[in-house]
Design a protein around this ligand. Structure first.
Ligand SMILES: *[C@@H]1O[C@H](CO)[C@@H](O)[C@H](O)[C@H]1NC(C)=O
Ligand SMILES: *[C@@H]1O[C@H](CO)[C@@H](O)[C@H](O)[C@H]1NC(C)=O
Ligand SMILES: *[C@@H]1O[C@H](CO)[C@@H](O)[C@H](O)[C@H]1NC(C)=O
Ligand SMILES: *[C@@H]1O[C@H](CO)[C@@H](O)[C@H](O)[C@H]1NC(C)=O
Ligand SMILES: [Cu+2]
Length: 257
């Protein structure tokens, strides 16, 4: 939908002011009262990449990723990992801050991947991600007219748009990446994936870790022919159910390894 959206988008951007980030992506993270600045595609990379405060992976485009097989589906990432980690305790909330979001239809998911001893030497396409949060269709009557979490999240007014998620209380501590994904499905057979990733240093004394069946790679977690990905939500019919792709979320209760 980019051809239609770009002029409108620029018009909205022109209306925004102050510290507002001029794009529709994950701009900041908060934990408690602490704000963490994310990567800004509208600021030169040289001013951000390698900076000691950077906690989010570099991403250079607000444009969507259209294919489940695109390697950028992991982290919208052409290159550089951040230097630092957001410290957070298992059981605490991390809130993603967007200053603008355009699309209303489709699921939103949050994933974690354990990095071992260093998130900056891992390959984002090889680490194993597990889903910790999801929200899709919240209420009927059908996919076109129903209430989506994304519709409620959609924000045009320059106020911070907040997406809080709890790190599972039972998760064992360590270095992790967190991956937020918005999937917009307003065009049949042309899904739009908008992922961003950041580094977390999760502390605590818990010991749980999800078993194998929850661990997925990107690409790999999704199938192009999944009805939840290629569906035309605007065909009037009786479909009132929507299965969020990528398998179930890990409830944090299964202990293994
Ligand atoms: C939010 O992120 C943007 C872009 O990365 C940055 O310019 C801004 O200072 C951040 N805001 C806060 C409160 O950290
Ligand atoms: C923590 O996040 C959850 C969603 O995972 C949300 O329901 C809850 O309101 C958040 N709590 C706070 C204090 O923000
Ligand atoms: C992660 O947090 C622990 C506990 O505060 C700290 O000892 C460790 O140095 C941190 N690791 C990194 C890579 O920031
Ligand atoms: C709705 O549920 C049916 C029956 O379980 C399933 O086959 C179909 O894929 C679901 N549709 C979506 C979009 O999740
Ligand atoms: Cu679009």
């Amino acid at each position: 939908m980019a051809a239609v959206i770009v002029p409108l988008f620029l018009a909205v951007l022109a209306a925004l002011s102050g510290p507002v980030v001029a794009h529709g992506g994950l701009a900041n993270y908060t934990v408690g009262e602490t704000w963490y600045r994310g990567y800004d595609p509208n600021t030169p990379a040289a001013e951000q990449v390698g900076q000691p405060w950077m906690i989010q992976r570099q991403w250079d485009s607000i444009d969507p990723i259209f294919s489940v097989d695109d390697k950028y589906i992991a982290c919208n990432n052409p290159g550089s990992p951040p230097v630092s980690y957001i410290p957070i305790r298992a059981g605490e909330n991390i809130t993603a801050v967007y200053w603008y979001w355009l699309h209303p239809v489709g699921p939103m998911t949050v994933w974690l991947a354990s990095c071992g001893h260093d998130c900056n030497s891992v390959d984002v396409n090889e680490v194993e991600w597990f889903k910790i949060w999801e929200a899709g269709l919240l209420a009927g009557p059908n996919l076109a007219e129903g209430v989506w979490y994304q519709k409620q999240f959609q924000n045009w007014d320059g106020e911070p748009d907040l997406w809080p998620v709890t790190i599972p209380t039972s998760l064992r501590p360590g270095l992790y990446m967190i991956r937020h994904e918005i999937l917009s499905i307003h065009i049949e057979n042309k899904p739009q994936f908008y992922p961003e990733c950041a580094n977390l240093n999760i502390t605590g004394a818990a010991t749980a870790f999800p078993p194998k069946e929850y661990l997925k790679k990107f690409p790999g977690a999704y199938e192009a022919n999944d009805p939840s990905i290629k569906i035309n939500v605007y065909v009037p019919d009786d479909v009132s159910n929507y299965t969020i792709p990528g398998g179930p979320i890990w409830d944090g209760l299964v202990i293994s390894r």
